[in-house]
Design a protein around this ligand. Structure first.
Ligand SMILES: NC(=O)c1ccc[n+]([C@@H]2O[C@H](COP(=O)([O-])OP(=O)(O)OC[C@H]3O[C@@H](n4cnc5c(N)ncnc54)[C@H](O)[C@@H]3O)[C@@H](O)[C@H]2O)c1
Length: 318
């Protein structure tokens, strides 16, 4: 794999470390929505490195064009296509399909991954337009893409549809932004309903929940607000790096899931479970006697504020 100079925030791919063969997706064509940054970019690069072709659908024209260039150069073949797409617009989705079929002749895999990560406020503090936008991207955008690509998959009795879900609404009390969770819940419901509709057609449907994927840089975190009396001690964000997985590691988890799509049909997995199934290839050995994360006798769950800070200030476009 060629090392390519780029302004994109990328690292080395991790497929071989996870025991995934570089022809695992040979001949397969995937559409990745939101493929111009972070998780989606990790998926797009991993798919191409595993021998597949990839169509990146994203609003971000600059990042998408650069992703196309990087992936083609990394793999030394014409295996990536960027199509500027707003997934909430039916005309854009139709254009995406037209371009994808013109270039690669088929689409085998649809990865619904786009989201505006800044739509993560609280219900009582957000304008209703935020909820509309959250549903528009997560509910409407996912359904439009499904309606465009799945019929041809059913016809060919071959295809996979997946969604980048969140564990926040699986595990109440909701700890992420409420507007964000509402949109994610809508899309997850659409995807699981589709799993029922396409049962036994040769199309497999599952959700993969990334759960803390970013190249985390503690120095980019804003200073904490002045503590109030009774507040817990401020959280040391430098500890966060140990909690996060990179987009490349998460990309390897997606390839593993795509290889096991028929077993996963109708289910949702948090990526740590995928890593466990792969034999935990990315867990650094813990030095002897080192405490489990976070440091302390009773590991504490991150507060809403800490989580919201991470997703507000660092989440998008890493
Ligand atoms: N980062 C995490 O740890 C995490 C955890 C759980 C779920 N997720 C989900 O994974 C997905 C990717 O997250 P990320 O951290 O890579 O986010 P990100 O903000 O880095 O990437 C999202 C991408 O979607 C694109 N996008 C936004 N609106 C769009 C639209 N209308 N049409 C087309 N493209 C659009 C953006 O331009 C961006 O490139 C999201 O759906 C998110 O909810 C992420």
């Amino acid at each position: 794999m060629a090392k390519v100079q780029t302004t994109l925030n990328i690292g080395d791919l991790e497929l071989e470390k996870a025991g995934i063969k570089l022809d695992a997706l040979k001949g397969e064509v995937a559409v990745v929505t939101g493929g111009a940054s972070n998780i989606g970019l990790g998926y797009a690069r991993s798919i191409a490195a595993a021998g597949g072709s990839v169509v990146i659908a994203d609003l971000n024209a600059e990042g998408g064009a650069e992703a196309q260039r990087v992936i083609n150069e990394e793999n030394g073949r014409d295996c990536a296509l960027f199509v500027k797409t707003n997934i909430t617009q039916e005309a854009d989705i139709k254009n995406l399909a037209k371009e994808a079929f013109a270039k690669f002749g088929k689409v085998d895999i649809l990865i619904n991954n786009a989201m505006n990560m800044r739509l993560n406020g609280k219900i009582l503090e957000s304008p209703i337009s935020d909820l509309d936008q959250s549903y528009e991207i997560s509910g409407r955008g996912v359904m439009l893409a499904i309606k465009e690509f799945v019929p041809a998959m059913i016809e060919r009795k071959h295809g996979t549809v997946t969604y980048s879900a969140t564990q926040f609404h699986y595990a109440p009390p909701m700890v992420g932004g409420s507007i964000y969770c509402a949109g994610k819940a809508a899309a997850t419901s659409v995807v699981f309903s589709l799993a029922n509709e396409v049962k036994d057609t040769g199309v497999n449907v599952f959700c993969l929940c990334p759960a803390g994927v970013m190249r985390f840089d503690a120095s980019k975190m804003p200073p904490p607000p002045p503590p109030k009396e009774g507040d817990p001690p401020p959280f040391d964000f430098s500890l966060m790096a140990a909690m996060f997985k990179t987009p490349e590691q998460n990309g390897a988890a997606m390839i593993y899931c795509l290889q096991h799509a028929s077993e996963l049909h109708g289910s949702g997995l948090i990526h740590n479970d995928v890593f466990a199934a792969m034999g935990n290839p990315f867990d650094p050995p813990r030095p002897e006697g080192a405490p489990a994360f976070p440091v302390g006798e009773a590991p504490r769950r991150l507060t809403d504020q800490e989580l919201t800070m991470v997703f507000c200030y660092v989440g998008a476009g890493l």
